[in-house]
Design a protein around this ligand. Structure first.
Ligand code: CA
Length: 219
């Protein structure tokens, strides 16, 4: 899952990015509201983490403009402002959730997962498909009751595919979701991960749709 973090405080931003990467998220980070807006218009993310007090353009107008463009991207506001009125303003401007600094990174991770679940229409914390159970919060995968060890990228790819069983995802779209800026992507990276997942989960769990992309086998 690819997140955009908008935070001007270097130490806080660094801590959030490091923590979320450890939890398996792809995190891209910008430091001001104007850059955030440009990036939001040209690239696609699964979720936005938005500070309110930002240089060049504050968080609230960034959020209002995003919603005015009809963009339904899930948004969590992260801010030191704990006044009730700020919280109300943020939610009314279109935020889905709100965390007041300082917050616990585990809580942030959990809220991100909850929002992403809601976005994809899932209600259960684990995704189950054809005997494979993937639990995002625990970063575990089981196949027929046996634990399967996956690398972080393999896990992210499997989650992407299992959240939309039957939907075909192109290699480009998968790469975009799996790799942030500055991450080296080998041209055959997705193929390599798929190959490895097939080795671990069985050859027919992930299907190749020639010339289009990949999907999990429909049930
Ligand atoms: Ca700030």
């Amino acid at each position: 899952m690819r997140l955009l973090l908008v935070e001007d405080d270097a130490m806080i931003g660094e801590a959030i990015r490091a923590g979320l990467r450890r939890d398996g998220f792809t995190v891209d980070w910008v430091h001001d509201g104007q850059t955030a807006e440009q990036v939001l218009k040209t690239e696609s993310f699964d979720l936005l983490l938005l500070d309110l007090g930002l240089p060049r353009k504050a968080g609230l107008p960034v959020l209002s403009d995003l919603r005015a463009r009809g963009d339904a991207l899930p948004v969590i506001i992260l801010t030191a402002r704990d006044a009730v009125s700020d919280r109300v303003q943020g939610l009314d401007a279109g935020a889905d959730d709100y965390l007041v600094k300082p917050f616990d990174l585990d809580e942030l991770s959990a809220r991100i997962r909850a929002l992403l679940r809601r976005k994809s229409g899932q209600t259960a914390p684990a995704i189950e498909h054809l005997g494979v159970i993937l639990t995002p919060a625990e970063h575990t995968v089981q196949r027929d009751g046996q634990d399967v060890a996956l690398s972080p990228k393999e896990f992210a790819l499997l989650q992407l595919l299992m959240e939309r069983p039957g939907t075909i995802l192109s290699r480009e779209r998968i790469e975009e979701r799996l790799y942030g800026w500055g991450e080296e992507v080998e041209s055959n990276a997705v193929e390599v991960h798929v190959h490895s997942l097939r080795r671990k989960l069985g050859t027919d769990f992930i299907l190749t749709v020639r010339g289009v992309g990949y999907r999990v086998r429909p049930s």
